[in-house]
Design a protein around this ligand. Structure first.
Ligand code: MN
Length: 132
């Protein structure tokens, strides 16, 4: 048995995120259990760049209001308790709503995340016609 003491919060690097994003590594498994769990906190307007996960990813929203979008799809509003499952290789982004903080727990397997372009203001924002 091993106790893993809490680590310092990390600022999300500018090459992977737009805006102010911080994350805490909750768990980083090694072979054979390569599960990874991060708590990620997004300031209003902040979001990931486009990316995909080789083995997929589950996002459990824990606070605030968030937005998520897959390539070719519409923006979807997500709230605490919602779980977003992104299948292996599906390009997507996730982040806070423009006017709200958002926190989620990210759960994925292995290191293979492929990062792409930043999400433009045209690609980001509440769905058309969406009202709080
Ligand atoms: Mn993701």
């Amino acid at each position: 048995m091993e106790i893993q003491y809490r680590q310092s919060t990390v600022k999300g690097p500018a090459e992977w995120f737009t805006g102010d994003v911080h994350f805490d590594v909750v768990f980083r498994g090694e072979d054979p259990m390569r599960t990874r769990v991060n708590t990620v906190r997004f300031a209003p307007g902040a979001r990931t760049a486009w990316h995909s996960h080789a083995n997929g990813q589950a996002l459990h929203v824990t606070d605030g209001v968030g937005l998520v979008r897959s390539r070719g799809g519409e923006v979807v509003v997500i709230r605490p308790g919602d779980v977003v499952w992104t299948p292996p290789g599906e390009e997507h982004w996730h982040g806070a709503a423009p006017d709200r903080f958002m926190a989620h727990t990210a759960i994925w397997e292995g290191d293979e995340t492929t990062w792409g372009a930043h999400v433009t203001d045209d690609e980001y924002g509440y769905p058309e016609g969406w009202t709080a």
